[in-house]
Design a protein around this ligand. Structure first.
Ligand SMILES: C[S@@+](CC[C@H](N)C(=O)[O-])C[C@H]1O[C@@H](n2cnc3c(N)ncnc32)[C@H](O)[C@@H]1O
Length: 217
């Protein structure tokens, strides 16, 4: 199974737990938008899980990734309302009401707590996804880096609500992948176990990839 598919399953489980408790889910983060598969998943999930106006904030340092994500959203029923160089707002219209807003930010995820274009409110995010490595079918030298990934993860953990989940897909086998994998795992192993439940999913995951989840207690 693809690790991202497994990550989506874990997010849906957490979503169901919130809904069963009578809580709605609101905001989510995609720290590596890439070709937009995860952004689309998050946008669809929050749209279907909240009667408020949830948002997805997606980051990528490559403009091509932002454009690919934009195209995927447009091809899947999202309407672009505003379009700026750095940020694009999407509104899904369902049953005559807007039900989701997606911001695409062409910037490093290391700025997750202080993006220049969107106001971020701490402790309002239910889901966050990292899918590390390079953009498929693009320049394989543009990869996520241990230092910025960990800075982004540290920021994301502050933005998460209690019960919220971060999924991290790590890859080895490409240049830089093993170093980043080791750095991330070292950081995860040091997290306070009273505050965060860290799980590694080893079974059924494609070779050279790993899925880790962090749930805020
Ligand atoms: C494996 S791809 C992500 C795939 C994506 N989640 C999808 O659903 O298609 C990794 C992405 O991380 C992006 N990236 C690398 N360094 C980054 C950084 N510092 N901040 C944000 N994105 C970064 C790359 O440009 C690439 O598009």
């Amino acid at each position: 199974m693809k690790p991202t598919q497994r990550a989506h399953e874990e997010i849906l489980k957490v979503r169901d737990e919130f809904l069963n408790k009578g809580e709605q889910v609101f905001n989510s983060l995609d720290l590596t938008a890439g070709n937009g598969h995860d952004t689309l998943f998050l946008a669809t999930t929050v749209s279907n899980s909240s009667s408020f106006f949830p948002s997805v904030i997606a980051f990528d340092i490559q403009r091509d990734a932002i454009l690919a994500t934009e195209e995927r959203l447009l091809n899947n029923g999202f309407n672009s309302e505003n379009s700026y160089w750095k940020e694009i707002t999407y509104i899904v219209v369902g049953e005559n009401k807007p039900c989701c807003c997606v911001y695409l930010i062409n910037d490093s995820h290391k700025n997750v707590r202080k993006p220049t274009t969107v106001k971020i409110t701490p402790k309002t995010f239910h889901f966050a996804m990292f899918n590390l490595g390079y953009l498929p079918n693009a320049d394989k030298t543009v990869i996520t880096q241990p230092k910025t990934t960990i800075k982004a993860l540290r920021g994301v953990l502050k933005l998460l609500v209690s019960g919220g989940i971060v999924t991290m897909v790590l890859y080895s086998g490409h240049e830089g992948g093993d170093t980043e994998r080791e750095a991330v795992i070292k950081y995860l192993n040091k997290l306070n176990k009273k505050k965060f439940k860290v799980t590694q999913f080893k079974e059924e995951i494609e070779r050279n990839s790993e899925l880790w989840t962090i749930i805020k207690i």
